[in-house]
Design a protein around this ligand. Structure first.
Ligand code: SAM
Ligand code: SF4
Length: 442
């Protein structure tokens, strides 16, 4: 049996695309190799959101090249956003790559392997016009009780720093019937938690044909009504698309978890304008108030970029002030990374690296202090936890996630996939610690 090895970089959308790539390869009869060295087909699902993933991919590809030098029959396949961004030069840069495909052209890999015989028709790239949902491919899911469900692909926003629209194209929503049918099938297979995925997930539905046009709030309600689905998450939403019907659905749907990822990017209205985020500081803060009024115990996460071109110390101070005012439960923090072809890459007043580094360190310190305080507030409460397996740090403990999306390590005897009540006894900035309630009572 031929075997494949897949390395994934980047976001949840890529992780989900990788489940489809694996499913497709397994349908073609390939088995999964644990080590890259044992694989006949080495696949990379790449990310290019910042320079760092580009560099990590280059290092991994060098290893694959070395393996191929020992065995010329091995196939190297490169997919994802970096491949799409470099589609014109990929085979020049890396002549040892056999086949490449973008996020919308995953089936090309299967067609290439199926038709050409491995290593024969080299050097072809999936064609953009074939862009289609990975949702139509078979899927290899890592956990039987959790699943990602792609509801849209692409993005119509024009955030000045972001390469996503140019590599994933304009937004296309999946039809609601198709999404609900997939979730119903997943529920029958034992899935209890779904995460709806889209680059701009809450703008879902606007591009649908008039006969099925609806909005993200209605989609949440439809998912909530599927029997067996006990938790619904979604990512990544855009603050501009949290309209009243969406907030009402968050408040009213029992399965929708009390967790919202609300990318801030900057706390300075001047920088937000230059970023083309379409909201300012005050509008963002009003949205936080509306969400907290509708869902009182909601956990808020965010994405923040420091060092966007032209960002002054005063702008950065405004970002710190918003972080202190909102008190996020978690935050992903990024140093601005110029991406070829984006508006921000060509802007004057690029911020020097040492200033960016200093700002990110100061930001992380504030984010971590607040996250630790927020988590400490949970001590003494009982949280519903979906058990995911043994703890990564202590195998005598179990690991799971609260509805508010915090990881909990706890003493207990439940099985993966169970929902249990856990008494929270300790906290760090990223995790909680506790004891399964049944054991507490014993
Ligand atoms: N569609 C999502 C959104 O709008 O939030 C996710 C976009 S991206 C995968 C995730 C995060 O990466 C963004 O929210 C942004 O904070 C960050 N990011 C995007 N481009 C970046 C860049 N050029 N430099 C640094 N961070 C960047
Ligand atoms: Fe990128 Fe902005 Fe679209 Fe998010 S909303 S994917 S940051 S362009």
């Amino acid at each position: 049996m031929k075997r494949y090895h897949l390395t994934t970089f980047g976001c949840q959308m890529n992780a989900h695309d990788s489940e489809r790539i694996k499913g497709m390869l397994e349908e073609l009869g390939l088995g999964e190799a644990v080590d890259q060295a044992d694989a006949d087909v080495m696949v990379f699902n790449t990310c290019t959101i910042r320079e760092k993933p580009d560099q990590r991919f280059a290092a991994h590809l060098a290893q694959a090249r070395a393996l191929k030098e020992h065995d010329a029959d091995k196939v190297i396949a490169v997919g994802g956003c970096y491949a799409e961004a470099q589609r014109e030069r990929l085979f020049q840069l890396y002549p040892f790559v056999d086949v490449a495909f973008g996020p919308g052209t995953i089936p090309h890999l299967g067609e290439w392997l199926g038709a050409g015989g491995e290593g024969v028709a080299r050097g072809s790239f999936g064609i953009g016009e074939e862009r289609s949902f990975a949702g139509v491919l078979p899927m290899h899911r890592e956990r039987r009780f959790q699943a990602w469900v792609q509801v849209s692909m692409g993005c119509n926003s024009k955030c000045a720093y972001c390469i996503v629209p140019s590599v994933r194209g304009r937004e296309v929503s999946r039809r609601p019937g198709e999404v609900v049918a997939e979730i119903t099938r997943l529920a029958r297979e034992g899935v209890r938690e779904i995460t709806l995925l889209g680059q701009n997930v809450n703008s879902w539905g606007r591009d649908l044909a008039p006969d099925v046009r609806t909005d993200f709030g209605e989609l949440l309600r439809a998912c909530d009504s599927v029997a067996g689905i006990e938790r619904i998450r979604f990512t990544s939403p855009h603050p501009k698309d949290f309209r009243d019907p969406v907030i009402a659905a968050l408040a009213e749907c029992e399965a929708v978890c009390e967790h919202v990822h609300l990318p801030l990017q900057s706390g300075s209205s001047r920088i937000l304008k230059a970023m083309r985020r379409t909201y300012d500081r005050d509008r963002y803060l009003r949205l936080v108030d509306r969400l907290r009024a509708a869902v009182p115990d909601v956990a808020l996460g965010t994405d923040i970029i420091v060092g966007f071109p032209g960002e002054t110390e005063e702008d950065f101070a405004e970002t710190l002030a918003v972080v202190q005012e909102v008190r996020y439960d978690s935050a992903f923090t990024f140093v601005f990374s110029p991406r070829g072809g984006t508006e921000a890459a060509g802007m004057p007043d690029q911020v020097p690296d040492d200033v960016k580094r200093d700002r990110i360190e100061r930001l992380i310190a504030v984010v971590q202090r607040i996250a630790a305080e927020r988590n400490a507030e949970r001590i003494g409460r009982t949280e519903e936890v979906l058990v995911e397996g043994p703890s990564r740090t202590d195998s005598s403990l179990l690991r799971g996630r609260t509805r508010r999306n915090t990881t909990v390590n706890f003493a207990g005897d439940a099985d993966a996939g169970d929902l249990v009540d856990v008494a929270i006894e300790g906290a760090t900035s990223t995790t909680l610690r506790g004891r399964q309630a049944a054991l507490v009572a014993a």
